[in-house]
Write a protein that binds this ligand. Sequence first.
Ligand code: ATP
Ligand code: MG
Length: 345
Amino acid sequence: MFHKTRLKLTALYILTTLLISVTFSIGLYSMMVREVTRFDKAQRFRIERQIVGTAPSHPLPETSELIEESKGRIVIFLIIINATVVLLAGGCGYFLAGRSLEPIEEMVREQNRFISDASHELRTPITALKSAFEVYRRSKKKTQKEASAIIDDSLLEVDALQNLTESLLELVQYNKPNKTTQMGRLDLVDIFKDALRRVKPLAQKSQIKIKTDITPVTVQGNGQALKDLVVILLDNAIKYSSQKTTITIHVKKVQNNAVMSISDRGIGMDQNDLPHIFERFYRADTARTKRNTEGYGLGLAIASEIVQTHNGTIQVSSEIKKGTTFTVTIPCIQTTMRKKSNIFS
Ligand code: ATP
Ligand code: MG
């Protein structure tokens, strides 16, 4: 598809260039012929006056053989120029068409990869649901206990489907081109308070302590998006940490930026995984994480979109079995007068 479009674009480039070049050549040709004829007339007149000593008594012939020859040469010259222009336009056009189509081609490839990964992840719980129902339908003695077990399993699969569709919708929402995100003045203390409230049950379940050192900083941002961002990072920190470990949150103002870091002492990641963890559906070391923890590899892709929306950056440093630190930097407005506080209780 892209090769055909590239050829079509090249043809369009050639046609446009040829049109300009031919129009220009016709103009040039008529101007040159006029000049040559005028020059020829003037020369002949001068020569004849020199020979006879008087003005010619009869009119000079309109054209001479020399003029015809010059016209022929001009035509050949212009044809060569036009042919060169066509060849150059063809080569450059083909190259430029390729370069202009490259990002679109990459985008389509990325979309297809996304659709295929999403379909694959959606198919897994749907297949599990279908098989459970089929097995139940085929069983001869249908007991109440069996039915309850199937409903419980099915609800788990439905939960998984719901989580996945919610993550997909969130990703699409933050990834929209020309999106107009509602921005306002926000205090990061409030954002972290709300986010910590949301992850508190998870942390308590694993007896994980969360320490905070938050300097009140005001940023221009979208409250819901920033809360989602903090929840994604804290959810990972909890999910990939062992029981009874500690997670530390630091928020400070560095020059005109708010710098937030979330550090855990969890399983860490291999250095080879780090460049890929912000890709959609990427899960580091599948054998280690997929078996033990739930997730689709969408959280950090969403986090990265949110950070981009706020003109910020997100960085990660990690060491296997030592822990991971995510650092988010976004432009801030000012430091508010509120005091530092340990907001997690
Ligand atoms: P989801 O967030 O969609 O439920 P997920 O947690 O697997 O699933 P991401 O949040 O995008 O997906 O994280 C991608 C991968 O990065 C994870 O699968 C995990 O391997 C690795 N990872 C992310 N955060 C941490 C962390 N704090 N410690 C160790 N590994 C991490
Ligand atoms: Mg996650």
